[in-house]
Write a protein that binds this ligand. Structure first.
Ligand SMILES: [Ca+2]
Length: 440
């Protein structure tokens, strides 16, 4: 029987922000007990990556299961609010997607949360395979006013603007729970659902459930460069974790948990208050802190509890896995770059060779990971690291092992020639600079 599938994506959550990835306790206690329980009851990946160190490019890869560079919108780092109405910068509706291909297999499909793949009328979740949408179109909104950085109100049901009082993380959790309840009868009768639950937590502005008073203060500058702290940040994660706990409880009560695949990840590495230890760098960087993220999968019918996998993988591989377990196949005109990890779910001890590639317009970055090796270029400087020995990328082996670096550079160039070049008008948007806060 096809499993139900829930794809939970946090926003800017770093590699070590969860207890199960080594997070320290917050003043209020454990940061993420419910997500940690999913990891304990299922599978935790140690070498899983995001397709990009920034939002919308990863989301292109997530939904198309192909390298984001194949689409013009995927070249933006990221799609910014000023592109609203631009008919080029988004996910073209004719492109097959994970939800559209699962829908072809009989799945009910919904996106609850963040879209960030272009604005209607050219683009939108309902045009790309989702039956239902509740959430935001932009890259970030205030948690209380639900307004984006341009001041536009950005909460929608379908394509209709929707006003509702509440803390966005809680609204998304409640909608997800309601969705599961609504789908229960169909799911029991063999019509499964695919739910994308894409939180905006713990992305700026730095607001917990108790911080409604901040909405007015940050409305002209959602990057919130004068606020936030580690404890606030941990609470924001905790609010998401509470919602996930309630969602799992609902699945259990409805007897759906056993045959539901829940996958949890982040769209990119951590931002300024995040813990990426022991990795270096963060959002926008191709050093490990920008791209290595938590990957947790829970599916009692298939995945043994307490499993750990060291398989190399990136976002589009997990999407390909979901398509695979749902019985779907790629459209022949749009072959997948993502590789299914289905075999790993049953037998987490097995691994296979999986070279991974990244490219960023920002700082002319390139990266390739294969086995323990990482080839990296930043600002036209090249590096070679052995990540099994040095996950923090401080021991540069490029001069000691020039042959290996040359070989990996060649492989990267070969891969790069298979995807379109970055166009002149592609934009890079940074939330802050050294003028706002000192860099290390
Ligand atoms: Ca993000």
């Amino acid at each position: 029987m096809q499993p139900n599938i829930i794809y939970i994506v946090a926003d800017d959550l770093g590699f070590a922000d969860l207890g199960c990835y080594g997070a320290r306790k917050a003043q209020f206690g454990d940061v993420s007990p419910n997500i940690d329980a999913l990891a304990a009851g299922g599978l935790k990946l140690t070498q899983g990556y995001a397709n990009s160190p920034v939002c919308s490019p990863t989301r292109f890869a997530m939904i198309t299961m192909r390298y984001q560079y194949r689409l013009r919108g995927g070249m933006e780092e990221p799609i910014n609010s000023r592109s609203k109405g631009n008919p080029k910068l988004g996910l073209p509706p004719e492109i097959p997607t994970l939800p559209s291909l699962l829908r072809d297999q009989g799945y009910a499909t919904a996106l609850i949360g963040k879209w960030h793949l272009g604005y209607p009328p050219s683009f939108g979740p309902l045009r790309s395979g989702y039956d239902e949408f509740y959430g935001i179109m932009a890259g970030g909104v205030d948690y209380f006013s639900h307004c984006s950085g341009t001041g536009d109100h950005d909460l929608f049901v379908g394509e209709s603007e929707h006003h509702e009082v509440g803390y966005l993380t809680d609204l998304l959790s409640q909608r997800a729970i309601d969705y599961v309840k609504r789908q229960t009868d169909n799911a029991v009768q063999g019509k499964p659902f695919f739910l994308s639950l894409h939180y905006t937590a713990p992305h700026w502005p730095w607001e917990t459930r108790d911080d409604a008073h901040l909405a007015d203060e940050v409305k002209d500058h959602l990057f919130h460069l004068h606020g936030g702290n580690v404890e606030t940040y941990r609470r924001m994660i905790h609010h998401m974790d509470e919602g996930i706990g309630q969602l799992v409880k609902t699945l259990r009560e409805k007897n759906l948990l056993h045959n539901t695949l829940i996958v949890f990840t982040s769209d990119n590495g951590g931002e300024r208050f995040s813990d990426n230890w022991p990795l270096v760098g963060g959002k926008m960087d191709l050093t490990e802190g920008g791209i290595r993220v938590p990957w947790i999968a829970h599916w009692p019918a298939t995945i043994p509890a307490n499993s750990v996998s060291h398989q190399l993988c990136m976002t589009m591989d997990w999407s390909a896995t979901m398509l695979d377990v749902g019985g779907g196949q790629a459209h022949s005109d749009y072959p997948l770059d993502g590789v299914s990890l289905k075999a790993i779910l049953r037998d987490p001890d097995q691994t296979f060779d999986r070279p991974l590639y990244w490219r960023m317009n920002h700082r002319h970055q390139r990266a390739m990971r294969q086995g323990p090796w990482k080839y990296l270029q930043v600002d036209n400087h090249e590096y070679l690291f052995n990540l099994e020995q040095d996950a923090r990328e401080r021991a540069n082996l490029s001069k000691r092992m020039p042959e290996r670096m040359n070989e990996m550079r060649q492989q990267w160039m070969q891969w790069s020639s298979t995807v379109p070049e970055i166009p002149e008008d592609a934009t890079v948007s940074l939330g802050f600079s050294n003028a706002d806060m000192p860099q290390r």
